[in-house]
Ligand binder design. Structure first.
Ligand code: FAD
Length: 509
């Protein structure tokens, strides 16, 4: 049994004003969470604030892939691919084996494909070589073998199908777990708390004024160093330090659809599209995740949304490889969109390399944005090292460290089957995949209140114990935090009025 640290929002807000902290991190997406985690591992006293929920923005809107990035190979970015391969494997082995699973990908190559079959074969061979062939054989497979992996794959007219290996994950759970690890090391985390201005002492940034977005009022946080991990808002926060700060990033919108389906799939599909894009069809959470689009975006990141046009495009692009019956609009359960952060100055967001943009402002604030979820841990560790360097004496580790709950999935499922045989298999799997060994903590209050073992909605695998755990240990403060961020209820379109009302009541307790 691990020891979760209470994470109720009101207590956290109160503790924020009790600084000074060694580090304030602005933004609780993957990058802010990793920065806080690694700074806390170094012994720093850390505060983290987010204007919304933990991982409520880009870090819950990704394609959920831990990947080397096959398309980056086409751009000749061998170093980026090698680093990403190393990270995805370190996650599956050490950091979060319960959250990061190996996944096969089938690439169908037809007459209309922008890439020739030999090019795809050569690409996946090099891709495998950069991973030292550690994941299994990459290369051409028969059409029959491809269809066994993906039953609705359209194979008529194909020139061939090619197989490669990557991993998939749950983006938001990585960030939540990293903040739990940081909190266990003493970090204070407050959500729905927006930095509206920075504290300046003799020109140096020494903290921030934070507005409570749920209750009103504000808190002043004193910190020796400040990291701006505000994702698509990075330049907005940089201008709080220096109103004349220029534009460091370009934004691009990407949308996804979640459909009922995915039964019998043991692989995902990567369909090459014109202009260097690909369409993914990925079995995820017992459903099918389709995406993504890639369009320049100049609106407010808070307003980004998947439109009907995005949905139509995603279904049409998936339809190049999949039979129409699995893509019927009636199967769509939910949609979401996020904003990629790319280094400014590129002419095309599709061609832009997913590099991290790091800068130190004139007041000393370190700003970090961009990069990929796959390398979030490295990006965070580097940002923590850079920000803590002037303080001296704190050594930020570089090595992969296990997140709370980390263990092989099969072992967790066995242990849950032994401790809670009364739980249906889908509920146990859902717990194991999201919480790892921390499932025991999630289930503990159900000893006294067995009603917590009941499903939040009869058609989904989430149970009420998760709502209580989210409220008490994972900073869930609103109904949306629970249905979107701590359970799969909204993803499955199961957040009806009855569920929302009951969740609301649970949050008030
Ligand atoms: C469509 C799409 C698909 C992707 N797919 C993949 C993939 O499959 N694999 C992969 O490796 N990467 C993928 N990525 C990239 C990956 O999702 C991002 O690199 C990563 O999530 C960025 O995390 P972040 O913490 O920088 O940003 P965010 O998650 O956006 O976090 C920034 C946070 O800062 C907060 N914030 C902003 N301003 C303030 C303020 N003033 N005060 C307090 N808080 C503030 C926001 O609320 C937000 O929560 C994808 C990205 C997109 C958009």
């Amino acid at each position: 049994m691990t020891h979760p640290v209470p994470g109720r929002r009101d207590d956290q807000l109160e503790r924020l004003s009790g600084g000074p902290f060694d580090m304030l991190v602005i933004g609780a997406g993957a990058i802010g969470a990793a920065t806080a985690w690694y700074a806390a591992l170094a012994g720093a006293r850390v505060a983290v604030v987010d204007r919304g929920d933990v991982a409520g923005a880009t870090s819950s809107a990704s394609s959920k892939l831990m990947h080397g990035g096959l398309r980056y190979l086409a751009m000749g970015d061998v170093g980026l691919v090698r680093e990403a391969h190393h990270e995805r494997r370190a996650h599956a082995r050490t950091v979060a084996p319960h959250l990061v699973q190996p996944l096969e990908f089938v690439v169908p190559v037809g007459p209309g494909s922008p890439t020739a079959l030999w090019q795809v074969r050569a690409g996946v061979f090099l891709y495998g070589a950069l991973a030292r062939f550690a994941d299994g054989r990459n290369g051409r497979i028969s059409l029959a073998s491809a269809r066994r992996r993906v039953p609705p794959l359209v194979t008529g007219g194909l020139r061939g199908t090619v197989l490669y290996h990557d991993h998939q994950t749950h983006d938001a759970r990585l960030a939540i777990s990293a903040l739990e690890a940081a909190a266990q090391a003493g970090a204070v985390v407050a959500t729905h708390a927006e930095v509206v201005s920075l504290r300046l002492t003799g020109g140096a940034v020494t903290g921030a004024e934070v507005e409570d977005k749920l209750r009103g009022g504000s808190v002043s946080i004193a910190a020796r160093t400040v990291v701006n991990a505000a994702g698509p808002w990075v330049d907005r926060v940089r201008r709080l330090e220096d109103p004349a700060a220029g534009t460091s990033v370009t934004l691009s919108k990407g949308a996804h659809l979640v459909l009922a389906g995915g039964d019998g799939w043991t692989a995902a599909v990567t369909t090459p599209l014109a202009g260097g894009r690909v369409s993914f069809a990925i079995p995820w959470e017992g459903m099918l995740l389709l995406g993504t689009t890639d369009e320049p975006y100049d609106g407010d990141p808070a307003d980004v949304a998947a439109t009907d046009a995005d949905a139509a495009q995603i279904l049409a692009e998936a339809g190049r490889s999949l039979t129409a019956d699995v893509l019927a609009p009636a199967l769509v359960r939910s949609r979401f969109a996020g904003v990629r952060v790319l280094p400014a100055g590129g002419s095309s967001t599709i061609r832009a390399r997913r590099e991290t943009v790091v800068s130190r402002g004139r007041g000393g604030m370190v700003s970090v944005a961009g990069g990929k979820l796959t390398t979030w841990r490295l990006i965070g560790a580097r940002a923590a090292r850079l920000a803590l360097a002037p303080l001296g004496g704190l050594r930020v580790p570089a090595r992969p460290v296990a997140l709370p709950g980390a263990a092989p999935l099969a072992a967790i499922e066995r242990s849950l089957a032994a401790s809670h045989p009364q739980l249906p298999a889908d509920v146990r799997t859902n717990l194991a995949r999201h919480y790892g060994t921390c499932s025991a903590d999630v289930l503990a209050p159900a000893d006294a209140d067995p009603g917590l073992l009941e499903r939040v909605h009869p058609s989904g695998p989430d149970i009420w114990a998760q709502v209580v755990y989210g409220r008490d240990y994972e900073w869930a403060a609103t109904v949306d935090d629970v249905v979107r961020g701590r359970t799969t209820v909204a993803l499955r379109a199961l957040d009806d009025a009855t569920v929302r009302e009951k969740v609301e009541g649970m949050l008030r307790r």
